[in-house]
Design a protein around this ligand. Structure first.
Ligand SMILES: [Zn+2]
Ligand SMILES: [Zn+2]
Length: 391
């Protein structure tokens, strides 16, 4: 079959690889209909995630059709149209029982990496390096789905493939960010990053009772999506002093809930930018935490900072004093997709939110490099490149 493989920094290629097959009794094989790029893939492309090997198939946000199931899979059958959660979970361990699915003890096939780096292993993710299980990703004609009953969700009739696709990763990730922010009725919620996950966090903030949503980004076309699709007020951090602007917009009090949907490759301005780039290039810090610092400084006293943009390692100049003395609450994590996907499919089926607008470029698997470069360089007003292996 054809698949898009990571080859090195900023390089992917479309290759012929062997078809996947059932390896465990709980596996299924999905024929992929749609598979999206994701902002977190850019950390792989940039070479910031260790444990990538040339030839690894990437992609983790996808939907398709079941074509084969292992002997222990009872709730799914050939022909089912499913969306697949990007994060793998066994369903049975202590953490899955608590619905903290990305902390699953059993779904990372190569646990030694994160056990060393983080103290304990974390869940596997499709197509996201050997540190997160070494699973083949979804930019392919077929993908093997471990723990299939716990990973696949049937798409309701009447919900299109395009609308279902983003309930795999972007929507549950954004929803969890808003959920973790602890939004109370009428709260002012600020979302850093108006990409797919950020936009979904904005929709989710409204669903959870926000009184006001403010989006921060640097790309005018993305800020326009935030205004038009997610009814957000917008700030361009290239044009305004964000901290001062947020103070002015909230009568000097600061926003209640601050959500970081950017993560480890945040862009910034001035001396902070030079400092963070230099340290990241020299491998003295893995991550550029400009958004996180700004969220902590902007947040009102007693507010919440919710972090869903991906961080991999260490950060510098973390304003711990501001966080401590302002009494901030922090929540963070990789998405607990299995907790949210059924509810979000329902919201999509009712037409309350339709994430299909994120799909701006539908491409064949042969367009892997173009699709990623357009997404990375933010050209052609690209929100998401989506590969359609079946045409
Ligand atoms: Zn993702
Ligand atoms: Zn588990």
């Amino acid at each position: 079959m054809k698949a898009i493989c990571w080859e090195g920094i900023n390089k992917v290629s479309t290759e012929r690889v062997p078809d996947p097959s059932i390896l465990n009794p709980r596996d299924a094989i999905v024929r992929v209909f749609l598979s999206s790029v994701c902002g977190s893939d850019l950390h792989l492309l940039g070479g910031y995630i260790p444990a990538m090997r040339a030839g690894d198939i990437i992609g983790h946000e996808f939907m398709g059709e079941i074509v084969e199931v292992g002997p222990e899979v009872k709730k799914l059958k050939k022909g089912d149209r499913v969306v697949v959660c990007s994060v793998l979970s066994c369903g049975g361990c202590e953490f899955c029982q608590r619905e903290e699915y990305s902390l699953c003890d059993n779904s990372n096939a190569e646990p030694e990496w994160t056990e060393k780096a983080y103290g304990y292993p974390v869940a596997g993710i499709f197509g996201y390096s050997h540190a997160l299980g070494g699973y083949a990703g979804s930019h392919a004609e077929y993908t093997r789905i471990p723990f299939a009953e716990n990973t696949c969700f049937k798409v309701p009739d009447g919900v299109s493939n395009e609308s279902a696709l983003f309930t795999s990763d972007a929507f549950p990730t954004g929803y969890m960010a808003a959920d973790f922010a602890g939004i109370e009725p009428g709260d002012t919620v600020v979302v850093w990053g108006a990409g797919g996950v950020g936009l979904m966090a904005m929709h989710s903030a409204w669903l959870l009772g926000a009184g006001r949503v403010i989006a921060i980004d640097q790309y005018p076309y993305r800020l326009e999506q935030a205004r038009v699709r997610a009814n957000a007020e917008t700030l361009n951090f290239k044009e305004v002093d964000v901290l001062q602007a947020l103070k002015d917009m909230t009568g000097g009090r600061g926003p209640d809930r601050c959500i970081d949907c950017v993560g480890m490759e945040a862009n910034s301005t001035g001396i902070e930018k030079i400092y963070d780039y230099a340290k990241q290039y020299a491998r003295l810090q893995n991550d550029r935490p400009a958004v996180l610092r700004q969220a902590i400084m902007a947040c009102r006293k007693g507010g919440t900072v919710s972090i869903i943009g991906v961080y991999g390692g260490f950060v510098d100049k973390f304003p711990m004093g501001a966080a401590m003395n302002k009494g901030l609450t922090f929540r963070m994590g990789q998405q607990f997709g299995q907790r949210y996907i059924p509810k979000l499919l329902d919201i999509v089926a009712k037409g309350e939110v339709d994430p299909a607008y994120l799909l701006t470029h539908k491409l064949s698997l042969d367009m892997g490099q173009e699709g990623y470069m357009m997404f990375k360089d933010k050209t052609n007003n690209n929100m998401r490149s989506v590969f359609a292996p079946a045409g």
